[in-house]
Design a binder for this molecule. Structure first.
Ligand SMILES: [Ca+2]
Length: 146
């Protein structure tokens, strides 16, 4: 008799575990359906090594990446006027991205550790109207202040 009850409990427990397992995976997947995409995006941003500021040709930290450790009065042609996302992975101060060579023009400060996923969403203050933004505009960069 006792053995019979234990056997039933064991079966019930096994059934409960199976049900938990059956429902756990879909429930986790529903928690954040974009988890894999977000992980891939963050991985792209994390490609920027420590001590550098990085620019990517495309939004979402994708496409060719440029990385700068010093002040750069010019940018190589593959990224000059083509940057669409940013990441300041420096160690001590903001980086400034400028819309003209040799610094100046419209300047966008990127704080230490901060990033922009899509520069098209960053309007230029006092630019050429409400739709003017920093996408595909950067031509030089400097650290800290000038
Ligand atoms: Ca671009």
């Amino acid at each position: 008799m006792i053995g019979n009850v234990r056997s039933k409990m064991a079966k019930t427990g096994a059934a409960a575990l199976l049900m938990t397992g059956a429902f756990a995976t879909p429930a986790l997947a529903q928690t954040d359906p974009n988890a894999a995409e977000i992980a891939a995006l963050v991985a792209g941003r994390e490609d920027c090594p420590p001590r550098y500021a990085c620019l990517w040709v495309h939004a979402n930290w994708s496409g060719s990446r440029w990385q700068g450790q010093d002040n750069n009065p010019t940018l190589p042609s593959f990224i000059d006027m083509k940057a669409s996302s940013t990441y300041n992975n420096g160690i001590n101060c903001p980086v400034h991205f400028d819309t003209v060579r040799g610094y100046g023009g419209h300047v966008m400060a990127e704080g230490l550790g901060s990033y922009r996923q899509n520069l098209a969403l960053n309007p230029i203050p006092n630019g050429n109207g409400p739709h003017d933004n920093f996408n595909d505009r950067f031509r030089s960069m400097y650290w800290c202040s000038r």
